[in-house]
Design a protein around this ligand. Structure first.
Ligand SMILES: NC(=O)C1=CN([C@@H]2O[C@H](COP(=O)(O)OP(=O)(O)OC[C@H]3O[C@@H](n4cnc5c(N)ncnc54)[C@H](OP(=O)(O)O)[C@@H]3O)[C@@H](O)[C@H]2O)C=CC1
Ligand SMILES: O=C(O)C1=N[C@H](C(=O)O)C[C@H](O)C1
Length: 251
């Protein structure tokens, strides 16, 4: 049985993960046991409120919170030599460098999007981009999320833009008014209760390729996070792990 601590347990992702673990026919039964780390004072047998206690009491922490809080959880995980799965987004480049330092000590699973669909979308986008390297198509990522999302652009959009930029050498621009050569553009829309939509377009002079992923339920991310927990329970080597390690057959 893997003991897992869920941080941000009162949030949209935290509650989705706990609900999935609670459901009658979930595939993690007898495999994963969860404790919830709440920022509020509510405490019970299942709930813990102190970061250090939360991390220490489990084999793995699953974190969907905020960038600044996640860094504290990662630091505590490194201190107690525990593994961590980070779904949180909004990290700066300096934060990511700090996370890489901690990954020299502990195994860290880091993915701004835990859905299989987005992983496949990223593979399709890279395949198309490799075929279009003559620069005659303009690459764009348009992402839509709910009105309460704190970070823009989404972690997913940044991550896919970096993958495409590694292929083309283009620079990544956000919310640009004008278009110049050798740029990948990202734009964000925040509205209503949209769970998450990412659209990658490749516009040529007289044609357009469009790749779209749309999320209809947060359980797609929760399932990915719990699958990552099962995977990480088999890993002891420090380092950064991601969806490609979880789904090597698709790479
Ligand atoms: N990788 C992936 O697949 C996905 C990633 N995400 C990312 O996960 C993160 C969380 O998303 P979501 O669940 O929608 O957000 P919510 O705002 O619904 O939940 C955030 C949770 O984190 C807690 N939290 C945040 N900051 C602190 C802090 N400083 N101290 C203590 N607790 C804190 C909140 O507690 P309180 O309310 O008490 O402040 C809340 O429980 C975001 O970065 C989002 O982009 C989201 C979906 C999928
Ligand atoms: O905040 C969200 O909701 C989501 N955040 C992640 C991101 O920033 O990419 C993943 C998903 O799109 C949902």
């Amino acid at each position: 049985m893997i003991q897992v601590t869920i941080t941000g347990a009162s949030g949209k992702m935290g509650t989705t993960i706990l609900k999935l673990l609670d459901s009658q026919n979930y595939k993690y039964r007898n495999l994963i046991k969860a404790k919830a780390l709440l920022s509020s004072k509510k405490e019970s047998e299942l709930y813990i409120s102190d970061i250090h206690e939360g991390v220490k009491q489990s084999d793995i922490t699953i974190d969907f919170t905020s960038a600044s809080y996640a860094l504290k959880i990662i630091k505590a995980s490194a201190l107690y030599n525990k593994k961590i799965i980070i779904g949180t987004t909004g990290f700066s480049d300096a934060d990511l460098k700090e996370i890489e330092q901690y990954a020299q000590k502990i195994p860290i699973f880091l993915s701004p999007n835990m859905s299989i669909g987005i992983y496949i979308l990223s593979i399709l986008a890279q395949t198309a981009t490799k075929a279009l390297t003559n620069g005659s198509f303009d690459l764009n990522i348009l992402e839509y999320h709910h009105r309460k999302k704190l970070d823009s652009p989404s972690g997913t959009a940044i991550s896919i833009a970096k993958m495409l930029s590694n292929i083309t050498g283009d620079s990544i621009k956000y919310n640009e008014q004008r278009r110049y050569d050798n740029e990948i553009h990202i734009n964000s829309i925040r509205a209503g209760s949209i769970i998450g939509k990412h659209e990658i377009t490749m516009n040529g002079a007289f044609e357009k390729i469009s790749l779209i992923h749309e999320a209809f339920d947060r359980s797609i991310y929760a399932t990915g996070a719990l699958d990552a927990a099962l995977f990480m329970s088999t890993i002891d080597k420090p380092g950064i792990y991601g969806m490609a390690d979880l789904l090597p057959c698709l790479a």
